[in-house]
Design a protein around this ligand. Structure first.
Ligand SMILES: [Zn+2]
Ligand SMILES: [Zn+2]
Length: 465
């Protein structure tokens, strides 16, 4: 791919679609997190991933956000601040674009040279195979000619014997056994040729092999049919059976082009839940988010016990508790480092977040990225209710790895969940609020396969209530 195409593909990956049913503050929050992630990738030397994220920010705040129905309600101070950041991001992304173009151009040059060498090698191999085939064909022809010569000599000899005209040959009572000559059994339906006929065909017995065929079909009695002849010939030419290629229709065997890699089978799914943690190919593609599968999210197991302790007063009263999970991005992995308990209003079947501003400040002061949430189900099992799924959708739409942890107090179970691809589609289209039914088949949520639990890690708890 040339640099122009590659840059265009990166820009395509950075397009954000604004949905007005997602609260506008979620987009502003997401903007901050995009910048944090971009900085991590830039520091780690993954300029492509950083560039895509900066472009995402530009896509979000240069145009996209203005289409949101609540844009007019955003405070002027917030808009001003965002515009200043946008200018900075535009400058950074322009600089990155130039660097990437230069690098892509260089890589393309190298690729072109290598491609030329690959093609040269392929062409040489094709030529070699062609030569080899020609050689084999010539050898087969030579063998066939020898056999034909032998056959014609046998026919002539047999005729001599039959007529009793050649004193040098054995008497007619002991004909040559069929196995010693290459002649099919003598057909009884045809009269044997006369000596005159044979002589007129071959006036000079010394030059039988070189006697040309006449235009008429040969009248030799022993040539029963072409099939017989072919079978006979094959019996003596085992090579021809394995190399049964008609002249003129030779095609070289298909050669495997290593320059074209097959697509990995799971790569088409943007919200898929592979059992194998996604390992991106950094050589050719930007690494992040929706298009390439989920980056792992490492969750300290201590998080669960700490959270359940904090939730116990609510749980004992059959009230749900909610926590938000902050984490760090490093080497293409998220690690949950913070449990934040925000101001909230809990009930027996739902829990609503209050105090967004406090949370936002905490994310920024702790320099963490929001990577998930956790809540209790005091009286139910582990699942995502319709309200839960709509909450999850808003976050997962911004960060595909966003994980929902549900702790069932009643069944003493914990689940790490995420919306499936169908879930993202269905909830994205659903305009209902509060509790309402959704289709269940195929399932809208499932286990988050990209979550890895870790017993050794600690967690910082911030109770903001
Ligand atoms: Zn729930
Ligand atoms: Zn719904």
């Amino acid at each position: 791919m040339d640099s122009k195409t590659r840059l265009r593909k990166l820009a395509e990956a950075a397009t954000i679609r604004i949905e007005s049913n997602i609260p506008i503050r979620r987009y502003f929050r997401s903007g901050n997190e995009i910048l944090k992630m971009a900085k991590v990738y830039d520091d780690e030397g993954n300029m492509e991933a950083a560039y895509v994220l900066y472009l995402k920010y530009v896509s979000l705040f240069l145009e996209g956000i203005k289409e949101h129905k609540d844009y007019a309600m955003v405070l002027p101070a917030e808009k001003k601040k965002t515009n200043q950041t946008l200018k900075l991001v535009l400058a950074i992304s322009e600089e990155m674009k130039n660097k990437l173009r230069k690098r892509f151009d260089e890589e393309y040059e190298v690729w072109l040279v290598e491609e030329e060498q690959r093609n040269k090698r392929l062409e040489q191999e094709r030529q070699r195979q062609l030569e080899e085939h020609k050689k084999r064909e010539a050898e087969a022809k030579e063998r066939a000619a020898l056999i034909e010569k032998d056959r014609q000599l046998a026919i002539w000899t047999q005729a001599q014997i039959d007529k009793g005209l050649d004193p040098d040959q054995p008497p007619p009572s002991s004909p040559l056994p069929p196995s010693s000559c290459h002649v099919p059994p003598h057909p009884q339906s045809l009269p044997p040729p006369s000596y005159d006929e044979l002589v007129s065909d071959y006036p000079n017995s010394g030059s039988i092999a070189s006697a040309p065929y006449r235009d008429d079909p040969p009248s030799y009695p022993s040539v029963d049919s072409l099939a017989d002849f072919t079978n006979n010939l094959r019996g003596h030419l085992p090579d021809l059976q394995t190399d049964n290629v008609p002249a003129g229709s030779y095609q070289p065997p298909p050669s495997f082009d290593r320059s074209v890699k097959p697509m990995p089978s799971g790569s088409g799914s943007s919200h898929g839940h592979s059992n194998v943690p996604f390992i991106p190919d950094r050589s050719s593609k930007p690494v992040f988010g929706h298009d390439l599968g989920n980056r792992p999210v490492i969750v300290p197991t201590k998080l669960i016990s700490r959270f359940l302790e904090l939730a116990r007063p609510n749980s004992d009263r059959d009230i749900e508790t909610l926590g938000m999970l902050g984490g760090k991005l490093s080497k293409n992995k998220f690690t949950v480092t913070h449990l934040l308990i925000p101001k909230q209003t809990g009930q027996s079947d739902r829990c609503d977040l209050q105090g967004h501003e406090d949370l936002g400040e905490a994310y920024d002061s702790e320099d963490i990225i929001l990577v998930g949430w956790i809540h209790t189900h005091p009286a139910y099992d582990v699942f995502l209710s319709s309200v839960d799924m709509h909450n999850q959708y808003e976050y997962q739409n911004m960060l595909n790895e966003f994980v929902a942890i549900v702790c069932s107090i009643k069944f003493n179970e914990t689940g790490y969940l995420t919306l499936t691809e169908t879930g993202m589609e269905d909830i994205g289209k659903c305009t209902q609020e509060n509790f309402h039914p959704h289709s269940k088949n195929p399932p809208l949520f499932g286990p988050a396969q990209h979550v890895i639990t870790d017993d050794s890690l600690n967690i910082k708890v911030m109770d903001l209530r």
